[in-house]
Design a protein around this ligand. Structure first.
Ligand SMILES: [Zn+2]
Length: 248
């Protein structure tokens, strides 16, 4: 594998030895942990983050780099994987030890679609927590990757009010909520993501999950279940949407 780094100044500088370490290596695995992309080689692992504005695209090798195309790695004779990031909040780390022990990854909470995240985990994690349940499930120290849309939608499906103090979730509600989070994320992945602003999926197409939403950005519209009016309020600086009839 060949590699070209045009600008090392990402969120953290790209290590000086990166090119020598990766040259001639073959990709063995591609994984994800929270928002980090892990590309595994025999010699080590690239840990990538797209930051605010980064993107990875496979492009023909002979297409000249544009402004903000910070690095390429060759993936076969005709193509390169090219990283583009105008704001340079993205990052590239190289590690030659277990990437899950890297300081960026070691303390991350469980993935919502993993077995480690279930009703019992959620129930235990919410004990003694006075914070509203919606804010807690969006806290990446509890579970990673549950953003505002998915938190609102999962709470609707579990019939739990976003205002409820986390410690007052019953065991049964915690199980329903953990399952609802998995269902909402799984469905959004199947459909291809939720279109917001400039989001496109890996094929460059918009996501369509928006059409399946029950509450998010539906303030004033009728609840799809009970026909009441969907309500909105601000919680932790984020808009929350809910049905006060369906959710208690
Ligand atoms: Zn309702």
């Amino acid at each position: 594998m060949d590699v070209v780094v045009r600008d090392r100044r990402l969120r953290w500088p790209i290590a000086a030895h990166f090119e020598a370490a990766i040259r001639g290596q073959i990709v063995r695995s591609v994984d994800r942990r929270a928002k980090y992309i892990l590309i595994g080689f025999d010699a080590g692992t690239m840990i990538l983050h797209l930051g605010m504005s980064g993107s990875l695209r496979l492009v023909k090798r002979d297409i000249p780099p544009q402004a903000h195309d910070h690095w390429d790695i060759g993936v076969d004779s005709g193509w390169v994987l090219r990283f583009h990031d105008p704001r340079r909040f993205g990052s590239l780390h190289w590690t030659e030890t277990d990437p899950t022990l890297h300081p960026l990854l070691a303390k991350l909470a469980p993935e919502p679609l993993s077995e480690a995240f279930d009703g019992e985990y959620l129930y235990r994690a919410t004990r003694k927590r006075n914070v509203a349940v919606k804010q807690l499930i969006m806290n990446s120290q509890l579970v990673v990757g549950v953003g505002n849309i998915y938190a609102s939608e999962a709470l609707f499906r579990a019939r739990v009010s976003p205002r409820r103090a986390a410690r007052r979730l019953t065991r049964k509600e915690a199980a329903a909520l953990a399952q609802a989070i998995k269902d909402v994320l799984g469905q959004a992945i199947d459909i291809g993501g939720t279109t917001l602003r400039d989001y496109v999926n890996a094929d460059g197409a918009p996501g369509y999950f928006r059409q399946k939403l029950f509450v998010y950005e539906r303030a004033g519209a009728r609840c799809r279940v009970c026909k009441s009016s969907i309500k909105q309020f601000v919680q932790g600086q984020r808009s929350t949407y809910w049905c006060s009839t369906c959710q208690r």
